[in-house]
Write a protein that binds this ligand. Structure first.
Ligand code: PGA
Length: 222
């Protein structure tokens, strides 16, 4: 059976109380998932300990491009290496608002690999995939891609599943890795995306913030 990933990216949302309440509600709603489906929750760093030992996998939303050291405010891969299995790197919001270049993203990928964390690199267009391959030639060994066209993120206007799959097909000819689609994925449209040949799952922003919607979305896939 096709291996599938459902990744929830909370972005810069939720107080400690809100995260606890989400966890409590989600635990009563979440279905048990078949072994071919992996749920990856990416809350902010300070919520990671709340989710240790829970049934789904955890991801960091970002990592420092540096090793441990005098880099105030940064969270290194080694610091969270025992807490997360995945790291979301190079999200378009980080590329846009924090000036992350392909070179910086590639450093983060290297740090993730050193810490045994599987990197999921967000890409909006083919050039970013080509740059990643050039900068991290062995990315294909453990990496994954999350294709997110900028127009679709948080807009309520997703790409079409067919177009997303075509783009993923082109990307997979450059880097043969699992490719997820992200951008306005909801419980209503998720099935169409995961049904596409070249898509190995979805990245979910807004709809992952609500435990009811996120559990509905998972139920729609399994
Ligand atoms: P969205 O965000 O689901 O709110 O569109 C997707 C993302 O940026 O991962």
């Amino acid at each position: 059976m096709k291996k599938m990933y459902i990744l929830g990216n909370w972005k810069s949302h939720k107080t400690t109380e809100e995260a606890s309440s989400w966890k409590q509600q989600f635990s009563t709603l979440a279905p048990s998932v078949p072994s071919n489906v992996t749920i990856i929750l990416c809350p902010a760093f300070h919520h990671l300990s709340l989710f240790q030992g829970v049934l789904y996998a955890l991801g960091a939303q970002d990592l420092s491009p540096f090793e441990d050291g005098a880099y105030t405010g940064e969270v290194s891969a080694a610091m969270v290496g025992r807490m997360v299995q995945y790291a979301l790197l190079g999200h378009s919001e980080r590329r846009t608002h924090f000036g992350e270049t392909d070179e910086i993203v590639s450093e983060k990928v290297r740090r993730a690999r050193e810490a045994g964390i599987r990197p999921i690199v967000c890409v909006s267009h083919i050039d970013q995939v080509k740059a990643l391959k050039a900068l991290v030639p062995d990315f294909g060994e453990a990496g994954m891609l999350l294709y997110e066209p900028v127009f679709a993120i948080g807009s309520g206007t997703p790409d079409t599943p067919q177009n997303a799959s075509r783009t993923a097909q082109t990307m997979s000819a450059i880097l043969s890795v699992p490719i997820l689609y992200g951008g306005s994925v909801t419980p209503d449209n998720v099935k169409a995306f995961v049904g596409e040949e070249y898509l190995a799952g979805v990245g979910v922003g807004g709809a992952s913030l609500d435990p009811v919607k996120f559990s509905q979305l998972i139920k729609a896939v399994i």
